[in-house]
Design a binder for this molecule. Structure first.
Ligand code: MN
Length: 194
């Protein structure tokens, strides 16, 4: 299998994103999205997925963080799809139950070629600081562009930061399983195509 890496530059009137993804190298990621909370989450995700993710991003955050977070999700999804190519010789499925102190989230995914997101997360609205509602927008954009079936279910949690960490780390661990190389050189589907 050849090295699975991709670089995508995506510029719109709303956001400017440069993203490099390497699924076969687990080095320290360089993430600078201009949103420190997203940098923290994406660093956790990449470390737990065992991948290298470099992102330089900026956007119209004077409005709010919506465009930038959604567009990072779009770009990461496209890069992931490009890295996976024909999906020969990978595990395809992954799932992880991840505790972060009192928070507990379950993530299940299938690199199915079909976009789907189920997001059941009971996160409290807060009027200041990071808008946690945007995490759903991020994963919707990611699943839609990676063509991935993704279930995210929060089982327990009280603190928003902990809940978010349980989701991003759990997603990383589940993705690590799904992109893992197997001994087979075939597409992991009875259809022959994913
Ligand atoms: Mn933290």
């Amino acid at each position: 299998m050849k090295r699975r890496k991709s670089k995508i530059i995506r510029n719109t009137t709303e956001t400017q994103i440069s993203l490099s993804l390497d699924l076969d190298k687990a080095e320290k990621s360089k993430i600078a999205t201009s949103l420190p909370f997203m940098d923290h989450m994406l660093n956790l995700f990449a470390a737990h997925a065992g991948i290298t993710l470099d992102i330089k991003a900026a956007g119209d955050t004077e409005i709010d963080d919506h465009h930038l977070i959604e567009d990072i999700g779009i770009t990461l999804g496209k890069a992931l799809k490009e890295c996976l190519g024909d999906k020969k010789g990978i595990a395809r499925y992954g799932n992880f139950l991840l505790p972060m102190d009192e928070a507990l989230s379950y993530i299940a995914l299938d690199l199915s070629g079909r976009p789907f997101l189920s997001y059941e997360v009971d996160i409290k609205f807060q009027t200041t600081g990071f808008n946690y509602d945007l995490i759903q927008e991020f994963f919707y954009a990611l699943a839609s562009n990676a063509l991935m079936t993704l279930h995210i279910k929060m089982l327990k949690g009280r603190n928003n930061h902990h809940i978010a960490e349980s989701i991003f780390k759990g997603f990383g661990r589940a993705l690590k399983q799904a992109i893992a190389k197997t001994k087979s050189s075939k597409v992991p589907s009875t259809k022959g195509v994913l």
